[in-house]
Ligand binder design. Structure first.
Ligand code: ADP
Ligand code: ZN
Ligand code: ZN
Length: 742
């Protein structure tokens, strides 16, 4: 009988054990052990039992057959990874330079089987007529929560308790009286956890317009001819991209295939998901970070079993174990959240391209403001480009956008954060009982210094990014290390009015209250949304008219449709413009365009006011004109000039250590080692420089940037750095190296 050997990745998070080990498969397990199995194996000198993933099976071993050990057993409650996902893990490891163990953890987001448990559900005890009566009564008394509950019951007589509390914002206090009155019962049921339930396949199709139909036709033609490729839909806000997605999904599931829909977590609101449920019923499920591990496990299980055809979720939904995948859809393709912040630092778009090719699926990307990466590929013909240039809803027009120069306001004596025109428009909307959104496009650290007289932010002369204020005394470039003492006067105009620019949502809220004491104000930021469901609760309250003004960060520009919002104010566009990141103009353009898309979703005309110190900056001008093309070309010229992606490949090598001296020595040694290779290969090397936040949790971090157009050369250099660090063991044992390609 022929022997079989399994190649196994041991499940321990230790950087230095990143290799496979060969084990003999005992005769009794020959039938069961497959690629993807989780097995028990004796490991090390003491033969302690460890878990490991089988990543390959062969007829021979790369190890002395007399010494080789045997697999001890199969972990039966472990989630098995399909061989497809294992292939994807290998690719992640190679492509992004992570350990195989980290790569496996990424493709297997839920590791442990979670027993199905009893689940609390709310059941309506009223018949249709009684329900309508109860609804009317609740409406009359203005019991909004009860109205929501009864409306939901009209669609589905059973609602999981979790959903009622977390997604419909029904509190125990609201539910108690309706239960006591005998309208509703609270029961326990053993059900497959399904995050949302509505009636099956209740269609609410719209008649597609010509532009929409053209996309669907073109996709369907390719699909029926077995052509699989990547499509980019560039469609302005409200142009009906989601309706197009649903048609494409329909086509693919009618063919018996499955679909993954990625939506950024921040936009994954009940309202968005509900549109998919309304169309596809219980063939759809969703995952998000608020689901419990058990709920997530069940969604993956349902996908594996064929209970569902469509999964909607953030980045991690990309690893749903569908074996007949036909389509991956990525909405808001430009979103930063699609890039993983932990190793392997993959981008969902790139992994989607890979997974689609492995399974012969199509990939559709959609955005109102495509990433430079995607749009470049579309222009080069690598992706098929479609455009949606009109608002889909009848009579819905894009808002009128005006840019207000804050320097001028100061010059004319207005020191308030509200320009005169924004103040007048807010007043007007409050009188007309329409709603206002005030948007603070702040992200991460906005610790730059700018001049209130001329509007200039102080920038690095070598890198064209803003300098960051350290300890209120020095300005430092986070890309090259250039540093100067904090100047007393503006280097451009000599004005003494220069300061650290930091406006928070809380401060804006206080000032808004003072300026408009009668207005009802809601604030949405990390503080107010950190509790479970907080995000949904605030958006729901605002869309139900519980407030006149919603103040928030970029969270407020996503997901919900607010027909009564007719004014959007961007408090200081400079906040996202002056971040120490080569993508700051792109992010600013995206945020402003999305924010502008929030106003005037309905038949009424909307206004958008963008307040800024740099009214002439191309990202602001282009956003005000809603001119993506103009922005794209200017920004690409800058990227080419500075050799930033996508004009060039950028490899970020991060060194981190608890010991500052080891860190300095190791990063300098690596830089010295690379220098001659880089010279030969035409790679530009910058650094090592301190990371934007140098010390986190007592771990110091330094960064090397490598720029070169040819991605393969960067991968080669990465492997050489790995080899170099292996050879310098005692020093590099103290230092961790992480890679990030962009
Ligand atoms: P996007 O995803 O591009 O922001 P949506 O698909 O959400 O756009 O569409 C915006 C609004 O227009 C939605 O209310 C949608 O129901 C409506 N809509 C989309 N397509 C059509 C159409 N062909 N006819 C009428 N209304 C449409
Ligand atoms: Zn100045
Ligand atoms: Zn610099």
């Amino acid at each position: 009988m022929t022997e079989r050997f399994a190649r196994i990745i041991i499940d321990i998070s230790h950087e230095k054990v990143d290799r496979t080990f060969d084990y003999r498969i005992p005769a009794g397990l020959l039938e069961e052990v497959a690629v993807g199995s989780l097995v028990l194996i004796p490991f090390g000198k003491g033969n302690s039992m460890r878990k490991g993933y089988v990543v390959g099976i062969a007829g021979h071993a790369d190890y002395d057959p007399d010494k080789i050990k045997e697999i001890a057993g199969i972990v039966r409650d472990g989630v098995t990874a399909e061989s497809l996902l294992i292939s994807l893990a290998w690719w992640l490891k190679e492509q992004y330079g992570s350990t195989m163990n980290h790569a496996l953890k990424t493709v297997l987001p839920v590791k442990q089987k979670v027993k199905p448990k009893e689940k609390k559900v709310l059941k309506s005890l009223l018949d249709h007529t009684q329900l309508l009566k109860a609804l009317k009564e609740a409406e009359k008394r203005n019991y909004k929560a009860r109205v929501r509950l009864f409306q939901a019951f009209l669609k589905n007589p059973v609602i999981p308790y979790e959903i009622a509390v977390n997604q419909m914002n029904l509190s125990a206090a609201t539910l108690k009286p309706v239960i006591e009155k005998g309208y509703v019962s609270l029961d326990c049921e053993e059900i497959y956890r399904n995050p949302v339930k509505t009636k099956t396949g209740k269609e609410n199709k719209v008649l597609l317009n010509e532009e929409q139909q053209a996309i669907v036709d073109s996709f369907c033609l390719d699909y029926s001819q077995n052509k699989r490729t990547t499509y980019l839909i560039h469609g302005i806000t409200g142009s009906g991209k989601t309706e197009v997605y649903m048609e494409l999904i329909q086509k693919v599931i009618e063919d018996g295939k499955q679909v993954i829909v990625l939506i950024p977590e921040i936009a994954l609101t009940y309202q968005t998901v509900l549109r998919f449920y309304a169309r596809f019923g219980n063939r759809v499920s969703m995952i998000n970070s608020r689901l419990s591990a058990g709920e997530r496990y069940d969604q993956f299980e349902r996908a594996r079993n064929g209970d569902i055809d469509i999964i909607i979720g953030p980045r991690s939904a990309l690893f749903t174990p569908f074996s007949h995948l036909g389509l991956i859809l990525i909405d808001e393709e430009h979103e930063g959240a699609y890039k993983s912040e932990v190793s392997p630092r993959y981008h969902a778009r790139e992994v989607a391209v890979k997974r689609a090719s492995l399974q012969g699926a199509s990939l559709v990307l959609g955005s109102a403001t495509p990433s430079l990466e995607a749009y470049t590929k579309a222009l080069q013909g690598e992706y098929k480009l479609f455009r949606l240039t009109e608002r889909a809803k009848k009579n819905s027009r894009l808002a009128t956008v005006s840019v207000v120069d804050l320097r001028q306001e100061l010059k004319e004596g207005n020191k308030s954060i509200f320009s005169r025109s924004l103040k007048a428009l807010i007043q007007d909307r409050l009188e007309r009982r329409e709603q206002v959104m005030l948007f603070i496009n702040r992200r991460g650290y906005a610790n730059f210094v700018s001049c209130r007289s001329c509007g200039e932010a102080i920038r690095c002369p070598h890198c064209d990014v803003t300098l960051t204020l350290h300890n209120n005394s020095r300005l430092v470039c986070h890309y090259c290390g250039y540093s100067i003492p904090m100047p007393e006067r503006c280097p451009s105009c000599g004005s003494p009015y220069i300061a650290n620019f930091g406006v928070g949502t809380q401060k804006i809220e206080q000032m808004t209250k003072k300026m408009f004491p009668a207005a009802r104000i809601l604030r949405m930021d990390l503080d107010t949304t950190s509790k479970k469901g907080g995000h949904e609760e605030i958006l729901t309250a605002f869309s139900e008219g519980d407030a006149d003004i919603l103040i928030g960060t970029q969270m407020i520009v996503k997901g919900h449709d607010f027909p009564n919002v007719t004014l959007v104010g961007v408090m200081a566009a400079d906040l996202s413009l002056n971040t120490p990141d080569y993508r700051s103009s792109e992010r600013t353009f995206q945020l402003l365009t999305q924010a502008a898309g929030r106003a005037g979703r309905d038949f009424r005309n909307g206004d958008v006011i963008i307040q800024t110190y740099c009214p002439d900056h191309y990202s602001i001008v282009a956003a005000a004109n809603q001119d993506y093309e103009a922005f794209y070309h200017q920004e690409m010229a800058y990227r080419r000039l500075m050799k930033y992606p996508p004009a060039s490949g950028l490899l970020t090598v991060q060194f981190s250590s608890r010991q500052e001296n080891c860190l300095s020595e190791a990063s300098a040694a690596a830089a010295g080692f690379i220098a001659p290779i880089a010279e030969r290969e035409g790679v530009q090397v910058i650094g090592p420089v301190e990371a934007s936040v140098y010390k986190i949790n007592d771990i110091y971090r330094k960064i090397l940037y490598l720029k070169q157009e040819n991605y393969d050369i960067l991968i080669k250099i990465r492997d050489q750095i790995d080899g170099f660090s292996e050879g310098r063991r005692p020093l590099f044992d103290q230092v961790m190296i992480q890679y990030d390609f962009s």
